[in-house]
Design a protein around this ligand. Structure first.
Ligand SMILES: Cc1ncc(COP(=O)(O)O)c(C=O)c1O
Length: 345
């Protein structure tokens, strides 16, 4: 058969989403369990009546609301169809074929796929034995071909987070010609005061962009809204290459409503972080090697036992996320769902 697509894509692993099994408890996608925030359903319902119109391509109202919340100028913000899409746009805006992107491994599994799709070369730097980014090694991996470095903080799937001193030293070591993307998808769940808010601490560095999402703490995973904050130049370049209209009208309306419920978001996050403490303490009685986590999930470094462990959980009606030969990621949920996991354990 005549080949019509790029042969290099054959080697590309497909993105594996957390599985949904009817009737089972899903702790496999780092979602929050409480439903949409107050006001979101009404906002989406109202927005639907305009579904025959294209959305505002610049997400002006949403960027203004984010600008108010974050204290940055709207021209430093780009929104996208989830922060995963913003990563695609960021690669488009930074990497030509053959350029290098450095990131830790294991980390968010979309990075290698997005890098390969944009024909950038992935340079993966193994995590330390304690499942953290090896920031000195990442800095050392930068070459004159490197265009982008991704720091996932907290890291998916290990939950580990880099502290201020380590990040300061790392960012000081990165040449000003290389863009650093701080992926803070789980920022709202960080309770360790030593883990810096990337925007507050590093937002004034021209070669730093911060990516966040409304999918996790803000409960909008199904509507797809992420945002990026960078220098006006970088944000403008990203907006230029964004798939037009990819933050839908319903997504924009939902995000605006969710941002008005920040107190309720924080209350829910507090419930999750309290549960995180309880569950990780219980799990460590069986698996003492669980690393400290600053996200709404934790990591079980089970190595070759990962797939078996996940299969056993599934037999008991709990879906977790296994990474073959490496470990299992378990999302923190409501007390009842967490207890179901602890029962499996
Ligand atoms: C580290 C990290 N970054 C980015 C994302 C993308 O989230 P979304 O596209 O839903 O905004 C995820 C989602 O799982 C993630 O874990």
């Amino acid at each position: 058969m005549t080949r019509l697509t790029r042969p290099d894509l054959d080697a590309l692993p497909a993105y594996v989403a957390g599985r949904t099994v009817p009737g089972a408890i899903k702790l496999a996608s780092n979602e929050v369990p409480y439903g949409p925030l107050p006001g979101v359903v009404d906002a989406v319902t109202a927005a639907i009546s305009g579904a025959h119109r294209y959305p505002d391509p610049g997400a002006t109202a949403l960027r203004a609301a984010l600008s108010d919340r974050l204290g940055v100028d709207p021209d430093r913000i780009a929104t996208g169809c989830g922060s995963v899409a913003l990563f695609e746009h960021l690669f488009r805006a930074t990497c030509l074929p053959g350029d290098e992107a450095v990131y830790a491994w294991r980390s968010f599994e979309a990075y290698p796929i997005i890098a390969a799709a944009s024909a950038a070369t992935s340079v993966r730097v193994p995590n330390t034995a304690s499942h953290e980014h090896d920031l000195p090694a990442m800095a050392a991996a930068i070459t004159d071909k490197t265009r982008l470095v991704i720091v996932c903080n907290p890291n998916n799937p290990t939950g580990t987070a880099a502290g201020k001193a380590a990040l300061d030293a790392f960012l000081d070591a990165v040449p000003p010609t290389v863009l650093v993307a701080l992926d803070e998808a789980y920022r709202e769940f960080v309770t360790d005061p030593d883990v810096p808010d990337g925007l507050v601490e590093y937002g004034d560095r021209p070669n730093v962009v911060v990516l966040r999402t409304l999918s996790k703490a803000w409960g909008l995973a199904g509507l797809r809204v992420g945002y990026l904050i960078g220098s006006p130049e970088v944000a403008a370049a990203v907006r230029k290459v964004i798939t037009p209209f990819s933050t839908s009208a319903t997504a924009q309306a939902a995000a605006l409503a969710a941002l008005q419920s920040a107190d309720e978001m924080q209350r829910r996050v507090d419930l999750i972080t309290a549960e995180r403490e309880r569950v990780v303490t219980a799990v460590r009685k069986v698996y003492p090697d669980v690393p400290d986590t600053q996200a709404n999930f934790f990591w079980l470094p089970l190595g070759d036992a990962a797939l078996d462990f996940a299969a056993k959980c599934e037999e008991s009606g709990v879906i977790v996320r296994a990474f073959a030969g490496d470990g299992v990621r378990v999302t923190i949920s409501s007390p009842g769902e967490n207890d179901a996991f602890l029962d499996c354990l």
